[in-house]
Structures are given as structure tokens and as C-alpha cells.
Design a protein around this ligand. Sequence first.
Ligand code: HEM
Length: 461
Amino acid sequence: MSIATTVAEKAQSMIPIDLQIRGAHVYDKTRRIVTRTDGQKIFTETPIPPVDEVDLAEIDLSNPFLYRQGMWRSYFERVRNEAPVHFRSESPFGPFWSVTRHADIIAVDKNHEAFSAEPFIIIGRPPRFMDIAMFIAMDPPRHDKQRAAVQGVVAPKNLREMEGLIRARVREVLDGLPLNEPFDWVQTVSIELTARMLATLLDFPYEKRHKLVEWSDLATSMEQANGGPSDNDKVFREMVAMAQGLSSLWRDKAARTVAGEEPGFDLITMLQSNEDTKNLLDDRPMEFLGNLVLLIVGGNDTTRNSMSGGVLALNEYPEQFEKLKANPDLIPNAVSEIIRWQTPLAYMRRVAKKDVMLGGQFIRKGDKVVMWYASGNRDERVFERPDELIIDRANARNHIAFGFGVHRCMGNRLAELQLRILWEELLPRFDNIEVVGEPEYVQSNFVRGISKMMVRLTPKG
Ligand code: HEM
């Protein structure tokens, strides 16, 4: 670590995080006034033309409307076949490379010596000072140390402890669902269950759990992720509320431990009982915030959209739904296949640390390289009939939705556990979960999300 970084961290530790964020807000507002970029629209929605009408070099895979308009599949198929390592010179996010084949994505993701996760993992640049340091966007050895401090929260022993609680919460939600009448699955089931899970992971006050979802949604509502426009004032205000909320969670837990409360299996307890991180909030407040936000964001959109995506996919492939009902032993494999099919995070971005050849292309040091998991998971070289959901697909577990290498998703076992329990509890309760009407999709090139999906449940006859 450089002396400048050490000095910056020392200075940061002396200013409360909410004040740091307020300062960042003032800076951001001033910059936007000076540069006249308030509420910036990075992309404007226009109908996406069929892919064969577009020049290969003109294809911009960062356009969020490719996803929202359901055109992404044909675009990626063409790029995978004709220019698997594709250069876009003029995107609103600047020039970037797209890596679209399964094997090439793994090669990049595993090679952190050549491809850095720093400073961000999205294509665009987050607002200045909002680029909170998180270990998902750090290289070893810094990354490894920070990941080690928190990964106990999803260790197998902890997951075993949590399983009963997750199941009880899933049952409670499912038993309260309306029958034979339409309701929004996303809001009532996917968001609700994810919020409950996050509250458990952080030992966050249960009745305030929806705050965690709101805070997580902030990160993905920034224009750099959704293509704009975004309400940055709101983003900053909520960031302050989040910093305050998480700081008081930390202090409250410390006070309860001093008062003799039994240690739990939550993230805060874990950090407070580790020598290196026990004073994290006071010593390195931005790192504290970064680690917590990463878990909140990492565990939110992803699991939520796999819960919604599974229902949608099984509606599109009803014979697979019948197969699952007839053989619930297929649930674990179906969970992997659903995650492959949905791929809740479309990509992670890297920056080349040196000149490197990839797929016959010369990538220069400093170039942005985007690994499109959404494309790799539909690569016909690896998955037969890749656009279809096939719940007993032999190689479903070869999906790359959790990434690869040092950054491979820390919460992958937890996500699989949640989804397995959901389907184990759904199948005996309902004969059918019918999607009624067209689902609505999130505007984003990063989160492959469903924002609304009306369904009707038929109880077991
Ligand atoms: C990292 C996907 C659920 C926490 C990642 C990465 C991806 C991902 C693609 C980056 C991998 C890379 O760069 O190679 C998913 C998907 C999920 C999911 C698809 C659900 C289906 C969760 C959950 C948690 C979580 C439930 C919370 C415990 C994290 C963390 C990282 C991460 C902390 C950073 C790991 C690192 O940088 O070392 N996830 N995730 N994720 N995920 Fe997940």
C-alpha cells in the first residue's frame, strides 16, 4: 500500500462516515452544476434493431435497453460467433472489450495477474467518492485479507445453523400467499425472502429489514448501472441514512456483547471477534461500510432475481416444471440450471494490467475488459440448446454466474441453499405457479432483473 493511501485512510478514520458522504454529495452536486450533467441520461431508449442489421463494430453490449427489450440473446450469439473478443470503441462509457465465450471468460477471471478488478467492477465510473472500497474491486493481497475477515459468515457450519431459520421464514411467507388470484411475485416473495435473509446475515432489526433492500437498490439505481437518469440527491441522502444505520447496528451489537449477550452467527459478531477487524468502524470506517454494502448488495439482487427467474423459466418450459414436480430430487440441479439461465449479474469488468493477447486480439495495458457471464452461460460450445431451461442438464453446474478465481462469489452456497429451500417448500404446497401477463424488466446492463411479475397460485388439490 502506498504512503498516500495510508495517509488518506488515516484522514478518513478521523471523519465520521456520514460526514464523508455528505461532503461527497456537495462535491458531486457542484460538479454536476458546473458540468451541467445533472440527472444524466447515458442512454436514451430507442427500439433495438435486429442484430443482422447492425455493423459488428457498432454493437454496444453496454446498452441497458438490449436487456430490457429482450434482444440481448441474438446480439451475444452473433458476437460469440463472429468476434468473441469484441471491441467497442465509442460507448458512452468509453472504449471497452467484451469477452463473450465461456472459456475466455474463465481465462480472464482466473488471471488476476493480468486483469485487475480495481478500481470498479462496473463498466462506468461511480460518482466520485461514492466508489467505496470493496474487496470485490480489489486485487490480492488486499482482497484476500478482507475476504478472509468476513467469509466465516457463509462457512458451511454457519449455513447449517441458518438452514432451520431460513426454512421457517420461507414457510411463513409461502403460507401467507393469496391463492387463485394474481399478485406480484417479485414484491411478495423474492424481495421479502431476500430481505429476511439479509436481516439474518447482519442481525439487523427484523422489523426494519426493508431498509436493507432499499439501500441495496441504491447501488444499482445509479446512472452508471442503469443507463440513467438517476436521482443522485436521493442516492446520497440514502447513503447517509445507510451509513448511520449500519454504524448504530455495530455499536449496538458491541454494547450487547459487553452486557453478556451470547455471540450469534452474524457478520457483525464475526467482525467484532476478529483481532484485525474488531475496531473496523473506528479505524477504517469506509472499509467497514464497503464490506457491509458488498454483502447487502451481493446477496440482494442476485438471489432475488434467481427466485423470480426460476418461476419465469419454469413457466416458459412447462414440461420441465412437470418433470420437477414428478421428481423433487432434481431440485439441487434445477437450482444450478435456474442460476445459469437467469445469470443475475450480467458481467464483471476488469482492467488489463499489461499488454495481453486474448482470442487473437491484442489488448493493451489499461484497456477495460468486460466478462459477460450472461453470454458465457449461453455459449453453445458448452451448453446444448443453451437458451432452454433443462432442469436435469448434466453440466448445469458448469455455469459461470458465480464467476471464477479469487473473486468467485462468496455467497454461492448460501444462495443455492435459499433457492433449494424455496423450491422444496413450494412443490408440496402448489400445483401450479402461473405467470399471468408480461413480466417487467429492470433497466440495467449489470443486473439481469425482473421488477414485476404477476402470478396466480393453484393450491394442491
Ligand atoms: C461476488 C454472483 C449471491 C456475496 C460475486 C461475483 C458474482 C456473483 C458474479 C463476482 C465473481 C467474480 O468476479 O469472479 C452472485 C449470484 C448470486 C450471488 C449469481 C445468487 C444467485 C450472493 C450472496 C451473497 C454474495 C447471497 C451474500 C453473502 C458476494 C461477495 C462477493 C461476490 C461478498 C465478492 C467476492 C470477492 O470479491 O472475493 N457474486 N452472487 N453473493 N458475492 Fe455473489
